[in-house]
Design a protein around this ligand. Structure first.
Ligand code: AMP
Ligand code: GLY
Length: 420
């Protein structure tokens, strides 16, 4: 079959790498893709936010399956347009994508279904929000309602910073995303992510991961999109995974179906775990980046069969073949990221890296300029490795990093430290 993947990051490179290995894949196109993806698949120029253009492209290229990588096209209904045109697609509808696009929506679904999460209030004006903060006290968490590229969450350890966050949000610091705010109970514990495929009715867990959001070693420095990840997450034991399915995921899925917006795609369940009890921090309606890279490394070619089963409503009979292994992904980012950084530096040494089922350099923000691999984004490479233990996977990844010649980039030296 001909397959189209939408997106251009390390997540999409990893998806492409896994999908390509499945004999069902005849031709793979990734739009828009990047320099690394172009080495294994065809890349196409396409506005992935334009549902009409995506449908037309799919029809012209005889595409029989579309995998949507990022949340933005899902939030504007690109998957609905494809489905309406009769194209099989992996990714939730615009209505179901509200589980990521609106925090208020998610809190309402949790309240209606009894899914375990933090208590909250929802506000459209600053005075009421501040009164709630005064009544609840700190620590407390202030969140912009809409998509804010992971930046719209302020964990306020004192009341003063919570009040300041409310002022920032209502004065437009997060654009339209902050026109409504959700204020949440502060949850203590250890964070982990759980990835579950959903077909509208059935659910199938496909792995766990933990990421490192802070820019620098020791989990210090500013928040980023993620500087590295590893899978499995030791804190997310089988028992906690089972509890998460029963007390969070299944109630949410039933409520979505009841409301006429069945959820189909991958559900990224962000959890806070304390004393053996998981509670929901947030849902994302797509794979995490770089969490996807470690999941793909562990799952390999079977991913295509699993995504097809989710899209065709067949998850009740789908099975995951688990290997008892570990994967890690270390992000190499441009100096300055997540603040201002330069684009256009040349990356050397990539041709010396192994490309095997246990070692891959996934590209995120790269392009070919004058025949050379060039950094064009903040997060640029995802050095990903697998091994029988997390330590071995880590050593393999850091050995690869030694071979990358890129003085304009940096990476954390301690990915996986909590689990190691
Ligand atoms: P989110 O974008 O909702 O994942 O939030 C970003 C980060 O803020 C999370 O990864 C948590 O570290 C933290 N966070 C969000 N909500 C809470 C909460 N209710 N209690 C404690 N920490 C939170
Ligand atoms: N790595 C966090 C995310 O993809 O949202």
């Amino acid at each position: 079959m001909n397959i189209l993947i939408l997106g251009s990051g390390g997540r999409e490179h990893a998806l492409a790498w896994a999908v390509m290995q499945n004999p069902k894949c005849d031709r793979l196109i990734v739009a828009p893709g990047n320099a690394g993806i172009a080495m294994i698949a065809d890349c196409a120029v396409l506005d992935i936010m334009d549902g009409g253009a995506v449908v037309e492209f799919a029809q012209e290229n005889a595409i029989s399956f579309v995998i949507v990588g990022p949340e933005a096209p899902l939030a504007v209904g690109v998957s609905d347009r494809l489905r309406a045109a009769g194209v099989l697609v992996f990714g939730p509808s615009e209505a179901a994508a509200q589980l990521e696009a609106s925090k208020r929506f998610t809190k309402e679904i949790c309240a209606a279904s009894g899914a375990a999460t933090a208590d909250y209030g929802h506000f459209t004006d600053a005075a009421a929000a501040k009164a709630y903060i005064a009544a609840q006290g700190a620590p407390i968490v202030v969140k912009a309602d809409g998509l804010a590229a992971g930046k719209g969450v302020i964990v306020a350890m004192d009341e003063k910073s919570a009040l300041a966050a409310v002022d920032d949000m209502f004065s437009g610091a997060f654009g339209g995303a902050g026109a409504e705010v959700v204020i949440e109970e502060y949850m203590d514990g250890e964070e982990a992510s759980f990835f579950v495929l959903c077909d509208g009715e059935n659910v199938l867990p496909i792995g766990t991961a933990q990421d490192h959001k802070r820019a620098f070693d020791g989990d210090t420095g500013p928040n980023t999109g993620g500087m590295g990840a590893y899978s499995p997450a030791p804190v997310l034991t089988d028992e906690i995974a089972a509890k998460t399915l029963e007390t969070i995921v299944k109630p949410t899925m039933s409520e979505m179906a009841k409301r006429g917006m069945p959820y189909q795609g991958v559900l990224y369940v962000g959890l806070m775990i304390k004393d053996g009890v998981p509670r929901l921090i947030e849902y994302n309606v797509r794979f995490g980046d770089p969490e996807c890279q470690v999941l793909m490394m562990r799952l390999g070619a079977q991913v295509l069969d699993l995504l097809l089963a989710a899209s065709e409503g067949r998850l009740d009979t789908a099975r995951v073949n688990w290997a008892d292994d570990h994967a890690i992904s270390v992000v190499m980012a441009a100096n300055g990221y997540p603040g201002a950084y330069e684009k256009g530096s040349v990356i050397g040494g990539l041709e010396t890296l192994p490309e095997t089922s246990t070692s891959m350099c996934f590209h995120a923000g790269t392009a070919v300029r004058d025949g050379k691999i060039t950094a064009i984004g903040g997060r640029v490479l995802n050095i990903t490795a697998r091994g029988p233990s997390l330590g071995e996977a880590r050593n393999r990844a850091y050995e690869m990093i030694e071979k990358v010649d890129w003085p304009e980039g940096f990476n954390r030296k301690d990915i996986g430290w909590r689990a190691l």
